[in-house]
Write a protein that binds this ligand. Structure first.
Ligand code: SAH
Length: 362
């Protein structure tokens, strides 16, 4: 049987575990603090040596590892490839902005949502990530930063659909924002969903006022269904109603993600239809030029086209921004790095492949 992962546990659960180990429950608070600083058992210097040894024997601290790091040349972006205990791998990205470092995390190995423009879903879903694994990635990613720095913002926008892994994602959000741990403010966390409408309503009641991003990508059901199978299960009216409910419950505005695809959703008529759908809603539109995925036939837009779409929305009084593309030279689009890794089959060849495209491995 595999060892229990302590990063998966809340302090109360850790206390129970210590009791079962014949140890006093007060150790839980100490160990929770240490674990969430990224310490290994041998670094927990205020614990007796015998206890540290017992823990190392009976439990796992961080269940994952970093396989490789890929630093983009033009942006301050580092893509990390993590290995899981069962041999799977997932991606995370550290992005440096003016206001601090943002960490983009995956929530599943692969994805089963089937969006037509996304690399994460090409091989389907392998499995869900656990909260402990997501915590492990945060701590390892922080370890990549200078000693006095850590990720201040977390975006669940890597591979996977967070609401298809609802319970573990909610546990992760409570762990990462825990006052005795990393204590990352929920307002500094964004969760992006392809639009699982029932779960948006459920999530509104969790008391976790994170920024909800919804991948809309289209102004109507017909176009949306071409891009996203989820649109066939949940029409836009129901989705937007659930978003209004989230706004009412949490007091937070919703961000709509809109990837511009040439000839599909980027015409002036689409901007007008989108503005009409969103009018009166406390929301913001985040335009993303489609990141090219070699396996997909879809084309992105030019900067001029993206600017024109942005201007049109602004003229219609819809709050919107154009996201700059970060890390597209390091396979920054969701799921691309993991796919390269799967295709190459080995770290060494991955490093060579990246080197040959002029990218740095750190
Ligand atoms: N499953 C969640 C989160 C993961 S993807 C969701 O669908 O929201 C994070 C964002 O990147 C989503 O808005 C997704 O639609 C978008 N995305 C995926 N592939 C992309 C690509 N090739 N170019 C631009 N955006 C992409």
């Amino acid at each position: 049987m595999s060892k229990p992962v302590l990063l998966q546990m809340f302090p109360e659960e850790l206390a129970q575990w210590f009791k079962e180990q014949g140890q006093p429950a007060f150790r839980a608070k100490q160990v929770f603090g240490w674990l969430h600083k990224g310490a290994g058992f041998d670094q927990m210097s205020n614990l007796p040596l015998a206890l540290r040894e017992q823990m190392a024997e009976q439990a796992a601290a961080n269940p994952i590892d970093i396989i490789s790091r890929h630093r983009s040349q033009k942006e301050d972006t580092v893509k990390l490839l993590f290995s899981l205990a069962d041999g799977h791998c997932v991606e995370g990205v550290l992005m440096r902005y003016r206001y601090g470092v943002t960490l983009c995390l995956s929530t599943q190995v692969g994805c089963r949502m089937g969006c037509s423009f996304c690399a994460s879903t090409l091989e389907g879903l392998a499995r869900n990530l656990t909260a402990g694994e997501m915590m492990g990635m945060v701590l390892l990613a922080n370890g990549e930063l200078p000693a006095d720095e850590r990720a201040h913002n977390i975006v669940l926008m890597g591979s996977g659909e967070p609401f298809d892994n609802y319970d573990e994602v909610v546990r992760f959000l409570r762990l990462v924002s825990h006052p005795e741990g990393l204590n990352i403010g929920l307002r500094h966390i964004s969760l992006s969903t392809c639009g699982l409408t029932e779960q948006i309503r459920r999530f509104a009641m969790e008391g976790l006022p994170v920024t909800l991003s919804v991948s809309l990508h289209a102004p109507d059901d017909q176009i949306r269904a071409q891009m996203m199978p989820v649109a066939r299960a949940w029409p836009m009216d129901a989705l937007l109603d659930a978003c209004r409910y989230y706004i009412a419950q949490t007091g937070r505005r919703v961000v709509f993600e809109y990837a511009l695809v040439d000839g599909v959703n980027n015409q002036s008529e689409h901007a007008r239809a989108l503005a009409a759908r969103l009018r009166g809603m406390q929301c913001h539109v985040n335009l993303i030029p489609l990141n090219h995925v070699p396996e997909r036939q879809l084309r992105g837009v030019t900067r001029t086209q993206a600017d024109a779409f942005l201007k049109e929305l602004e003229t219609l009084h819809i709050s919107a921004t154009l996201r700059r593309e970060m890390g597209d030279d390091i396979a920054g689009a969701c799921g691309q790095l993991r796919r390269r890794h799967l295709k190459k089959g080995a770290d060494a060849s991955l490093a060579v492949a990246l080197d040959s495209t002029g990218e740095d491995t750190v």
